[in-house]
Write a protein that binds this ligand. Structure first.
Ligand SMILES: Cc1cc2nc3c(=O)[nH]c(=O)nc-3n(C[C@H](O)[C@H](O)[C@H](O)COP(=O)(O)OP(=O)(O)OC[C@H]3O[C@@H](n4cnc5c(N)ncnc54)[C@H](O)[C@@H]3O)c2cc1C
Length: 458
């Protein structure tokens, strides 16, 4: 039986990053994977969706070339090629992980891994053992009982990024990051899109100002928005899908070629031997402490299968911390209050920390500043004036409580706020940090200036 220091079950951004860090720390490591290396993120999530969104952005630029004094005739799309490009990008990334495994001398064991007592993993009949087993089996699209996915007319995200033919119309159920990214992609490509959200606002976890601006932009782009509404049932018996939607005003029947269910994720915990080993789960998640240790010594869990935000960068950070602790490094638990969240539709959204409502609820006295991109030179030059940066500070000690951005390129700008908060930066320190001109990032400095009544360009 092959013996390792660490076996990682699953090779998503949680698993493969864990394996690399373990190997760097001198631990003999193997990773078990039943599909392609890279997990959902590289193969079915973060990366292929961003490739699709890039195609949509280029198409949009071509269609609006006149706004920039250019003329483009005959701009058209080839949906099959757009999908193929996205698949090629994903495949390339997965091959990249294969290279990284080799480079770091990590054994890749292909097959379905099942945990066994005594710190063993069975992979399709062969047993492997390790001193430490890190479970990182991730998640899949969640199915609602009244919205069963048949993969054809009612689909999840995997089908949504590999459709053979572009649908003429689509109903997107759920307006979290996945739902709105697909809604934006298909709408830009020319599909008639309706988005149905149960809560009163789109992107409901965001600051209310961001949600409102986002809804305005989606409506302006021609997407039909139905908030405070829920899909009660679907009828797939005909050529199209008929969805019965409960709204505040009563029931409405919507008809479309396809319904995309984007109502969250379900964890991959079935059949992996958790019960045999005695590992405790709660509400579909594996329970862990701040070092990702389960209740069973030698078994750990990270990523989407544990409580906390289901994001690639969180899975990776958890995996790194988990093996650093195993290797006896000095570690600090992850600060779950300082995790950035990004949505890559148009407009983009990026946020970290508390919303204004949460900060008020927590009893803080606030200094809130806002800087619209309509007042930004770079945004004017780029033709991307929709959006803003909003910052929230504690009035008493100057603590940076939250930062919320909406607009072009903000997903690349949020790291400033994350780092600032990590370093316990005060508003005045941000103000005195010289930002390059002209950049979208100046809006962060100006928003902070607004909070302290020192704004220059408003
Ligand atoms: C459409 C979409 C877009 C997304 N976009 C973003 C984004 O832009 N940014 C972001 O941060 N997050 C994004 N996410 C979320 C992100 O993909 C996940 O949070 C991340 O992949 C979780 O990583 P993980 O390692 O926990 O699990 P996963 O990536 O799900 O990987 C788990 C791996 O384990 C394997 N596995 C499972 N069971 C077994 C078994 N028994 N034996 C062997 N192998 C097994 C699976 O095949 C899989 O490869 C997106 C998700 C989706 C669906």
């Amino acid at each position: 039986m092959s013996k390792y220091d660490v076996i990682v079950l699953g090779s998503g951004p949680g698993g493969y990053v864990t394996a690399i860090r373990a190997s760097q720390l001198g631990l003999k490591t193997a990773v078990v994977e039943k599909e392609n290396l890279g997990g959902v993120c590289l193969n079915w999530g973060c990366i292929p969706t961003k490739a699709l969104l890039k195609s949509a952005q280029v198409f949009d630029y071509l269609n609006h070339a006149e706004d920039y004094g250019l003329s483009v005739t005959g701009a058209d799309k080839d949906f099959t090629k757009v999908v193929k490009r996205s698949r090629n990008v994903a495949e390339g990334m997965s091959k990249g992980v294969q290279f990284l495994m080799k480079k770091n001398k990590i054994d890749v064991i292909n097959g379905f891994g099942k945990l066994k007592p005594g710190k063993k993993v069975d992979v399709d009949g062969t047993e492997y053992s390790a001193d430490h087993i890190v479970i990182a089996t991730g998640a899949r699209s969640r199915e609602l009982p009244n919205l069963p996915q048949d993969g054809k007319k009612v689909i999840g995200y995997r089908e949504a990024m590999t459709l053979e033919k572009q649908p003429k119309s689509m109903i997107v159920v759920g307006s979290g990051a996945i739902g709105v990214e697909f809604a934006h992609f298909y709408n830009t490509m020319g599909t008639e899109v309706t988005i149905v959200e149960y809560l009163p606002n789109l992107v409901p976890v965001e600051d209310i100002d961001v949600s409102k601006q986002f809804e305005k932009s989606f409506k302006k782009a021609g997407i039909k928005v139905m908030t405070s509404s829920s899909v009660e049932s679907v009828d797939t018996s005909g050529d199209t899908v008929k969805a019965t939607v409960k709204t505040k005003k009563g029931e409405e029947i919507l008809e479309a070629d396809v319904v995309l269910s984007a109502v969250g994720i379900a964890t991959n915990l079935e059949g992996i031997g958790l019960e045999d080993v005695g590992i405790v789960t709660d509400k579909g998640k594996v329970m862990v402490n701040e070092w990702y240790q389960t209740n069973m010594p030698g078994y750990y869990a990270i990523g989407d299968i544990t409580p906390g935000p289901a994001l690639a960068h969180v899975a990776s950070a958890e995996g790194i911390l988990c093996v650093e602790k195993i290797a006896g490094e000095h570690c600090e638990p992850i600060d779950y209050g300082n995790i950035p969240g990004c949505t890559y539709a148009t407009p983009e959204i990026a946020s970290v920390g508390m919303t204004e409502a949460q900060a008020k609820e927590a009893g803080y006295e606030l200094k809130v500043g806002k800087f619209p991109f309509s007042a930004s030179g770079k945004a004017s030059a780029a033709g991307t004036k929709d959006g803003f940066v909003k910052v929230i500070f504690d009035a008493k000690y100057g603590e940076w409580l939250g930062c919320h951005m909406i607009g072009a390129g903000v997903t690349d700008m949020i790291a400033e706020a994350v780092l600032g908060r990590k370093l316990e930066t005060t508003g005045h320190e941000v103000l005195k940090t010289i930002h390059p001109h002209p950049t979208m990032s100046e809006a962060v400095m100006e928003a902070v200036a607004d909070a302290y009544d020192e704004v220059i360009h408003l």
